[in-house]
Design a protein around this ligand. Structure first.
Ligand code: NDP
Length: 480
C-alpha cells in the first residue's frame, strides 16, 4: 500500500516513530494508503527547519517568492487530473467537482497571493509637516496552518499561500481524513524548487500532531479552519501564549427565499447550496426559509429536483453526490436524521443510507434529505450537521425570516432570494453572517475578506487581510 510521507526541511520523510495509520477511501470503505502518525517530535523537526529557513525566505524579494509560488500553481494546473482523482478518492466527492472546483481553486489561491504580494502597500501620513508616520509590515515568523477534510487542497492552499507570499515559513497539517492531495502538493513544492524548510507538512491526527503545532512556542500564528469545538480547544491553548489566531469555524447557514424571487434560479441554486459536495461545505445553506405564499410550490419543485440527483460512484461523471467523507461522519449525519424524526420532523425526501453495488458496495453514501415540520429552535435546526440534509420552513414576514435566520450560535454565510433591491439590502444588513449572497451562492472574489461572526470564527481571511494576518504591524514616527 502506498505510504504518504511528511515533508520536512525540503525532504519527504517517515514519521519519527515509523508508525502509520490507514487512509480510507470512503466510496469503498476500504484503506488504500498509509498516513504518517506524526506527533510532537515531527512537529519539532518541522519547526526547527522552518525557523532555520525563515531568515532567508523572509528577506527574499517578493518578486522571487512570487515566481516560485507561480511555478507551484502551474504544476497544480499541469496535474489537474491526478490531483482531482486523489481529492475524490480521499474525500468521496465527485471527481468532476474536484476537477471543476477544488483543484482549479487551489491553483487560483496560490496565483492570487503570488501576485497580491507584488502590490502590497502601507500607509504613510505627513503629520502637520512635523513628522512622517508610516506603517511597516514584517512577516510574523513560523506559522501553523491547520485545515479540514471537506475541501482539502482548496483550504490547505488558502492558508499556506498568503503565509508564504507574506514571507513566513510554515508548518502545516491537513486533515488526517484527507491527506493525499497535501502529500502530492509537497512533491510539487520539491519539483518547483521551494527552498528547504520554507513549507513543512506534517501528517497525523489533530489531537496529536495538530495540538503539537498549536502548542509549539516557536510558532507565532495559527490559521485554523475546522469545527467550532476544535476551534475552542485551539483558542484555549494559543490564547494564553498570545499567538495570532485566525479561526474559520462551522456554520448553520440560512437560505431565505422571498415570494418575489426568480423562482427557477432560486430552486436550482438552492439544490446546489444544499447538496454540493454532499452538503460538506461550510457555506452550504442547511436551513431554507420560504415565504408562505411560495412554500408549497417551492417544496414541490425542490423535492422533484432533489429526487433527480444521482448518488453514486464519485468516479462516474453523472454522479451528483458522492460518498460521505468517513464512516464516523456518515454515522453522525444519520444520527441527525433520526434526531429530526424524534423532534417531530417529516422526512419528505431521502433520509436513508444508500447501498450501492460493485466497488462502492461498502462505501458511505446518504440520500439527499429534505425535512419539514421542525421549529427553528430545535437541535436539528441549531447544530451543524455538515451533510446532505436540509430543513425547510415557511415564514410570514421579513421580520420573522430574520428571527429564524439569526437564531443559531453560528454566523458564517447566508443567501437571500428576492428581486426587490431595497429588501435585498435591508435584509442583508440585518442577517448576522460574515458573507451574504443575494440571488447567487458560492460566488467568490478572492479580493473580498472572508470569515464568520459569532461562533463561526474570529478574524478574516481572503484578500489582503490574509497577507496582513501573517505580518507584524509597526508604526514608525519620524520627527522632521
Ligand atoms: P475538525 O475541527 O475536526 O478538524 C480540522 C483540523 O483540525 C483537522 O486537520 C484536524 O485534524 C485538526 N485538529 C483536530 N483537533 C485538533 C487540536 N486539538 N489541535 C489542532 N488541530 C486539531 O474539522 P473537520 O475536519 O471535521 O472539518 C469540518 C468542519 O470545518 C465543519 O465544522 C465546517 O463547518 C468547518 N469548516 C469551516 C470553514 C470556514 O471557512 N469557516 C470552511 C470549511 C470547513 P484531524 O482531522 O486529524 O482531527
Amino acid at each position: 500500500m502506498q505510504k504518504l510521507l511528511n515533508y520536512i526541511n525540503g525532504e519527504l520523510v517517515n514519521p519519527v516513530t515509523g508508525n502509520f495509520f490507514e487512509n480510507i477511501n470512503p466510496a469503498e470503505g476500504k484503506p488504500y494508503s498509509l498516513v504518517p502518525d506524526s506527533g510532537a517530535a515531527d512537529v519539532a523537526l518541522a519547526t526547527e527547519a522552518a525557523t532555520r529557513a525563515f531568515a532567508a525566505w523572509s528577506t527574499t524579494p517578493a518578486k522571487n517568492r512570487s515566481v516560485i509560488l507561480l511555478k507551484i500553481a502551474a504544476l497544480i494546473e499541469r496535474d489537474l487530473d491526478q490531483l482531482a482523482l486523489a481529492e475524490s478518492t480521499d474525500q468521496g466527492k465527485p471527481v468532476a467537482l474536484a476537477k471543476a472546483l477544488d483543484i482549479p481553486r487551489a491553483a487560483a489561491n496560490i496565483r492570487f497571493y503570488a501576485t497580491a504580494i507584488l502590490h502590497e502597500s502601507a500607509h504613510t501620513h505627513f503629520t502637520d509637516n512635523d513628522a512622517i508616520n508610516y506603517t511597516q509590515h514584517t512577516p510574523v515568523g513560523v506559522v501553523g496552518c491547520i485545515s479540514p477534510w471537506n475541501l482539502p487542497l482548496y483550504l490547505f492552499t488558502w492558508k499556506i499561500a498568503p503565509a508564504l507570499a507574506a514571507g513566513c515559513t510554515v508548518v502545516a497539517k491537513p486533515s488526517e481524513i484527507t491527506p493525499m492531495t497535501a502529500y502530492l502538493f509537497s512533491r510539487l513544492c520539491v519539483e518547483a524548487g521551494l527552498p528547504a524548510g520554507v513549507l513543512n507538512i506534517v501528517h497525523g491526527y489533530g489531537a496529536k500532531a495538530g495540538q503539537a503545532i498549536v502548542e509549539h512556542a516557536e510558532i507565532k500564528a495559527i490559521s485554523f479552519t475546522g469545527g467550532t469545538a476544535t476551534g475552542k480547544i485551539i483558542a484555549a491553548t494559543a490564547g494564553p501564549m498570545f499567538k495570532k489566531l485566525s479561526l474559520e469555524l462551522g456554520g448553520k447557514n440560512p437560505n431565505i427565499i422571498f415570494a418575489d424571487c426568480d423562482f427557477e434560479k432560486a430552486v436550482s441554486t438552492s439544490i446546489q447550496s444544499s447538496f454540493a459536495n454532499q452538503g460538506e461545505i461550510c457555506l452550504c445553506g442547511s436551513r431554507i426559509f420560504v415565504e408562505r405564499s411560495l412554500y408549497q410550490k417551492f417544496i414541490e419543485a425542490f423535492t422533484t429536483q432533489t429526487k433527480a440527483l444521482v448518488v453514486g460512484d464519485p468516479l462516474n461523471e453523472k454522479t451528483n453526490l458522492g460518498a460521505i467523507a468517513s464512516e464516523a461522519h456518515l454515522n453522525k449525519v444519520l444520527s441527525y436524521i433520526e434526531l429530526a424524526k424524534k423532534e417531530g420532523g417529516t422526512i419528505i425526501q431521502g433520509g436513508k443510507q444508500v447501498k450501492l453495488s460493485g466497488r462502492c458496495a461498502t462505501g458511505y453514501f446518504i440520500e439527499p434529505t429534505v425535512i419539514t415540520g421542525l421549529s427553528h429552535t430545535c437541535r436539528t435546526n441549531q447544530e451543524e450537521i455538515f451533510g446532505p440534509v436540509v430543513t425547510i420552513m415557511p415564514f410570514d414576514t421579513e421580520e420573522e425570516a430574520l428571527v429564524y435566520a439569526n437564531s443559531t450560535p453560528y454566523g458564517l454565510a447566508a443567501t437571500i432570494w428576492t428581486e426587490n433591491l431595497k429588501r435585498a439590502h435591508r435584509v442583508a444588513a440585518e442577517v448576522k453572517s460574515g458573507i451574504i449572497w443575494v440571488n447567487c451562492w458560492l460566488f467568490r472574489d478572492l479580493r473580498t475578506p472572508f470569515g464568520g461572526m459569532k461562533q463561526s470564527g474570529v478574524g478574516r481571511e481572503g484578500g489582503f487581510e490574509a497577507l496582513r494576518f501573517f505580518t507584524d504591524e509597526k508604526n514608525v514616527c519620524v520627527k522632521l
